[in-house]
Write a protein that binds this ligand. Structure first.
Ligand SMILES: Nc1nc2c(ncn2[C@@H]2O[C@H](COP(=O)(O)OP(=O)(O)O)[C@@H](O)[C@H]2O)c(=O)[nH]1
Ligand SMILES: [Mg+2]
Ligand SMILES: [Zn+2]
Length: 305
């Protein structure tokens, strides 16, 4: 709500981009360029894309950020605040399904309390049965899955419905089609697409800062999306080993049957999660990824001091 204060008007907005000391702040359907005020300017590194801020609109047309509103969450890669959901894009071919990476991204999102949606792209390259089998892995884990083809346009409307009224990070391995999907959803964005070469392709994307891209229908902004640069390694050591299992939603119910409260679902007797894996109720590859991430966290915790 706007309120008059001295020489300016105080409004709330959302930072959609950062550009050499200035911040682009969306106010409803328009964007103003603002600078942080005084002390805020000193720790300007603390302002992130996605931050909700209180803005003072001056009579001379300039705008000053005077306060950052409390954050719901914060992602490190891409650097963004107040993200509602992560859409994890993957394909089955070109590139092949990287299950370790998709599970890792999902775990990090869960740890931040961010909703996860899986998006299987390049449906035009595989048969429907194969795609349904892959989608089933995540559906059985409790996640929504949308099947799309950025090339043919199949499924794009249901993806757009998922993005509506939310701030979404599109994550996933390089080459799975994130930029192509965004270009298809929002003609006019003209994001660079094309597979990066394994070597030498790094500089082009890594320098890019994260930016909230508005999805526009008619004259209205219906949602925001962050096109994250492709990443290959994401650090799970920020997660406590006892909290990791909770980042696998399908473990939560069987974990209640574990004999020990501090069960890590590895070799403990009477483990409900292991029983669920053996009974086929929990996907064995998701469980294996859990064990791998657990090893990684424990190795880090052991070497920390
Ligand atoms: N066959 C097919 N190719 C696609 C599809 N979506 C993207 N691509 C191609 O996959 C390559 C990588 O796409 P890009 O959007 O750059 O991937 P990003 O690295 O995830 O942003 C490009 O050559 C795209 O044309 C799709 O649905 N079907
Ligand atoms: Mg891209
Ligand atoms: Zn257990």
């Amino acid at each position: 709500m706007a309120e008059a204060r001295g020489a300016g008007l105080v409004v709330e907005g959302r930072i959609v981009g950062v550009d050499s000391g200035f911040y682009d702040v969306a106010l409803g359907d328009r964007v103003v360029r603002a600078r942080p005020r005084g002390r805020l300017r000193l720790d300007a590194g603390e302002l992130l894309t996605g931050d909700r801020v209180e803005l003072l609109l001056m009579d001379d047309g300039t705008a000053v950020i005077q306060r950052v509103l409390p954050r719901r969450n914060r992602l490190l890669r891409p650097a963004a605040a107040n993200v509602d959901q992560v859409v994890i894009v993957f394909s089955l071919v070109e590139p092949p399904w990287n299950r370790a990476l998709t599970d890792r991204i999902a775990v990090l999102a869960e740890a931040e309390g961010i909703d996860v949606v899986f998006c299987l792209n390049k449906m035009d390259l595989v048969d429907a049965a194969e795609a349904e089998a892959a989608a089933g892995v995540y559906r059985r884990a409790g996640y929504p899955v949308v099947l799309v083809s950025a090339r043919t346009g199949a499924g794009l409307e249901s993806l757009l419905e998922r993005l509506r009224d939310r701030v979404t990070v599109l994550a996933g391995e390089s080459g799975v089609g994130k930029s192509t999907l965004l270009n298809a959803l929002q003609p006019g964005l003209k994001l660079e697409t094309g597979q990066l070469s394994r070597r030498g392709g790094r500089g082009r994307h890594t320098t890019r800062r994260s930016r909230l891209l508005p999805l526009v229908r008619g004259n209205r902004v219906v949602g925001y999306v962050v096109d994250a640069p492709g990443f290959s390694r994401l650090d799970v050591t920020v997660i406590d080993r006892y909290e990791l299992a909770d980042c696998f939603p399908e473990f939560r119910e069987p974990a209640q049957q574990c004999r020990f409260d501090d069960c890590l679902h590895r070799a403990e007797p009477g483990c409900g999660v292991k029983r669920a894996v053996e009974a086929g109720a929990v996907d064995p590859i998701r469980y294996r990824h859990y064990l791998e991430l657990l090893d990684e966290i424990e190795e880090y915790e052991a070497n920390r001091y």
